[in-house]
Design a protein around this ligand. Structure first.
Ligand code: CTP
Ligand code: MG
Length: 230
């Protein structure tokens, strides 16, 4: 089975920039001596045959210098459009190089353990899709107008992570047929079409850099941030 990964780096990181005034998009911040996006690439490469980066060509060429990756393609306005751009780029490869399986990974998620990636790939032998997830530990409340409106049973609630894995042709076809909503993950497209998606154990360390607080947790795992000179 030929496995490709699409590495997403076309976002601008609005939620992160709002609290940090960072001059570069969050996935290009240097943590422990390497850009976040490079940590993500280094973590995936041992497990895949092809890596397709999506985002700014120059920024990606700098951050991924020396790695064996496909030429970057530009992303879109939404995450869903960026995934689609990556899938179409893989689809343009000659038949013999086209993947059977594809992983979709957030470039802002630098610390994905190898076991998590392996578990996702392994689950694809039996399911058309598989995602890593961790069970929700906190008690979850619904709220309205500043007061509790109810408690949500949490025993079947999970937080979805990436890399999410799929049979390539299925995900490509679902993206081609999908309405232009902004699905925040790819499993949602399979769910909507009635396909089974396996849940495999994720990791509490598989953090997505979304807010400033996430940077502090990632610094503890990886190393200090090198702030770009302004
Ligand atoms: N992403 C992308 N193209 C987009 C939007 C997001 O490739 N149009 C990527 C981001 O670069 C990130 C991943 O998808 O690696 C997860 O998205 P998210 O954490 O939401 O990043 P941003 O969209 O950049 O952040 P925000 O939503 O706060 O603006
Ligand atoms: Mg976003």
């Amino acid at each position: 089975m030929r496995v490709a990964a699409i590495l997403l780096a076309a976002g601008v990181g609005r939620r992160f920039s709002a609290t940090t005034a960072s001059p570069v998009a969050k996935q290009y911040l240097t943590l422990g001596g390497r850009p976040i996006i490079r940590h993500a690439a280094d973590a995936l490469i041992p497990h895949v045959d092809l890596l397709q980066p999506v985002g700014d060509a120059q920024a990606l060429a700098d951050a991924l210098q020396g790695l064996d990756v496909l030429p970057p393609v530009a992303g879109g306005e939404t995450r869903q459009e960026s995934v689609r751009a990556g899938l179409e780029a893989l689809d343009r490869l000659p038949e013999s190089a086209r993947p059977d399986l594809v992983l979709i990974h957030d470039g802002a998620r630098p610390y994905v353990p190898g076991e998590v990636t392996q578990a996702v790939i392994a689950a694809l032998a039996a399911h058309p899709g598989a995602i890593p997830a961790v069970q929700v530990a906190d008690t979850i409340k619904r709220g309205r107008d500043g007061v509790i409106a109810g408690t949500v049973p949490r025993d079947d609630l999970f937080r979805a992570q990436t890399p999410q894995g799929f049979r390539f042709a299925l995900l490509r076809d679902l993206h081609r047929g999908a309405a232009a909503t902004d699905a925040t993950d790819d499993a949602a497209l399979l769910e909507a079409a009635g396909h089974t998606v396996a849940l495999v154990p994720g990791s509490e360390d598989n953090i997505k850099l979304t807010y400033k607080e996430d940077l502090m947790r990632l610094e503890r795992l990886i190393g200090p941030t090198l702030l770009p000179r302004t």
